[in-house]
Each structure stands twice: as C-alpha cells, then as structure tokens.
Ligand binder design. Structure first.
Ligand SMILES: [Mn+2]
Length: 353
C-alpha cells in the first residue's frame, strides 16, 4: 500500500491503529482492512501489514482484505503487539499513531510497553492521504449514494403517511436497514421553526407546515453518504420560497466553481460573498470531505489550507438559519474530477408535500 511511502518519507518504522473495544468502531481498521471489529493493525514501513485480533473476531477478520492475521493470546493487547513485533523482527524505534483516536488511557497502556520508542502523530498525514479516493473507493461510494438516493425518493413518495418528524426518520432508518446499511448519523427532520437549529434532533414533534430540512446519510461498506434537502410541507410563504430559490442559485453556482486547483477557503469565502446580507445567518462550514468518516478532509471553511484535488469527495452545503423562524440547507455530495460529479440525485427544485 502506498501509505507506506508516507512512513518511509517521515522515517517512521511502523504505524499502529487500534480498536480496543469489542463494541467499538475504528474507521482506521475499516479503511485499511475492511474489517470493523476489535484489534490492532500494524503497518510496517516496508513489510506486509499485520492484523492482531482476539479469538472471537478471527472469522470476521478473515473476511477483510488484510489476510496476514494473528490471534491475540490471553495477554494484554500491547504485550501481544510487542511480542509479535519482536518475533517478526519488525523495526519499531519510531511508531506513528493517530493522536485524534488514541485515547489517553490507551496511550498510557501503550507507553508502558514501548517506553523507548519515539511516538509521532500521523493524524494529519492519514487524513490527507484519505482525502483523495481510489477508483475502488469511488465505486463503493457511488453504490452507497445510489442506495441513499433511492431511500430518499421512497420517503418522498410515502410522505403523506407521516404525522411526526420521528415518523419520517424511522421510515428512513427502516428502509436503509432493509438495504443492509446503517444510518451515518441520526437523520435530521426539522420542520417549520425547528429548522433554525442546524443539527436539530426530532422529538416526536408533529410535522409543521412550511420549510422542512431533511439531512440524511447512510454507511455502506464502511463509507458514508451525506445529503440535505429542504422541502415544503403543505404550504410555504412567498418569503420562504424566495429565500429557498436564492440559496439554491448560490449552491449551484458554488458547485460550478468547484474545480481542481481551487482553494477550499476561496470557495467558502465565495459563498459568504454570494449570500450578501444573509451571510450572518450562515453559521457553519460550506462542506466537508466524506469517506470512512462522515467528516474528513477537505474542510471547506475560512481557515482551510486544502486545495481541491482530483478524486476528492466532499459536500457543498450552504444554509441559512433565521433564529426561531426557519432554516434552509441544500447539501450535495460531489466527486471532483475534470467536472464535478454530483452523487446526490433527488431534485433540488422546491417540492411541496
Ligand atoms: Mn454534511
């Protein structure tokens, strides 16, 4: 794997990724192994990666793509890792770990066994490496979005059956599960004035008439999707429709501006400029990369250092939130190539249901 080139460049002997809990989730193991159980992945600078798992996870791990698997004996995790490293003759003077996911207690246990090793944070290297997707990943991502699109359309078709915001969220969860997917985050159904809270969580509230924000994502084969549509329930005012169409025009324009070589911060600033006086109601980033994590690089914000590269996958999601009145967000996920490919297919023309 070419991730090893990064280790070579930084003179890191070994990268170590861990999912210490049998009920936990590690996007790192998912990324490298297509395995989401407990265990430790050792990526040496030049030798084959090695996965160490508890006995109860052996069969599950064998279904992944890293076939070099050792079963953990009864010893503590880091003792076993140390022993394996010794036996295999893997150099481990400098070890790279992700500070973002290595908890303090995990680090303390780790340092007990690796007192002399030099520890390097590789969080950012790993994030940057993952920002550009491979053709294989793109195929999985496209399939995930085609499922998400179909669940969304089915929800629109059945909308007259729903009485509460929770009804809508439950239907989307059920339809996703039926297709073998988890939701990436609790679906946001924010109707009427509830939509002024960007990450509103529904609580069996009746569906209010007016604008309704639906933010929905699923996880397919470890990869997340993300999409937001704002629809109208029963009737919308002229003011709401006008704000919606204004935001839609801006969102389309920004997608058009997304090109290889563009600075992410410039795209964000362009959004602020287009929103004019409504920019004060835009309270979050313009978008984020998506992959094995729902939010990863590139980050479309004012402080972003990233430049758009071929085969990055990310969202463009301008929104405006008028406190205690209403909210609108329109979010597409796109792959950046010569031209941006839009993965989220449901219509952006304002639907009234
Ligand atoms: Mn998003």
């Amino acid at each position: 794997m070419s991730f090893q080139k990064i280790l070579q460049g930084k003179k890191i002997d070994l990268a170590l990724f861990i999912n210490p809990s049998s009920s936990g989730h590690s996007h790192e193991l998912v990324y490298f192994c297509q395995y989401d159980g407990c265990g430790a992945l050792l990526v040496p600078r030049s030798a084959k990666p090695l996965l160490i798992v508890p006995k109860m996870f052996e069969e599950q791990a064998q279904k992944g793509i890293v076939k070099n698997i050792r079963v953990l004996d009864k010893k503590k995790l880091f003792e076993s890792i140390k022993e394996t490293i010794k036996k295999q003759g893997i150099p481990a003077r400098t070890i790279g770990i992700c500070f973002q996911t290595f908890t303090h207690s995990l680090y303390t246990a780790f340092k007990k066994e690796f007192r002399k090793a030099k520890i390097v944070d590789i969080t950012n290297d790993f994030l940057q490496y993952r920002a550009v997707k491979s053709p294989k990943e793109i195929a999985v991502i496209k399939k995930g979005f085609s499922i998400a699109n179909s669940v969304f359309e089915k929800t629109m078709k059945n909308f007259s059956d729903f009485r509460t915001e929770s009804d809508v969220a439950a239907f989307m969860l059920y339809e996703s599960k039926k297709q073998g997917c988890e939701v990436s985050f609790p679906t946001i159904i924010a109707s009427g004035k509830n939509a002024s809270i960007p990450h509103y969580f529904e609580a069996q509230s009746k569906l209010n008439s007016g604008l309704c924000v639906i933010d929905f994502g699923i996880r397919f084969k470890g990869y997340n999707t993300d999409m937001t549509r704002t629809i109208g329930i029963k009737k919308v005012t002229e003011h709401e429709r006008q704000k919606y169409n204004m935001l839609l025009k801006i969102q389309k324009k920004l997608i058009g501006q997304a090109r290889i070589g563009i600075k992410c911060a410039d795209l964000y600033n362009s959004c602020l400029a287009l929103l004019k006086t409504d920019a004060k109601y835009f309270t979050h980033g313009l978008g984020h990369g998506i992959g094995v994590q729902l939010h990863e690089l590139p980050n479309l914000s004012s402080s972003s250092k990233e430049i758009l590269k071929n085969n990055m996958v990310f969202t463009i999601e301008p929104g405006i939130y008028l406190p205690k009145k209403m909210g609108i967000r329109i979010e597409d996920s796109i792959i950046i190539q010569k031209k941006p490919i839009i993965l989220t297919k449901p219509t952006k023309e304002l639907r009234i249901l």
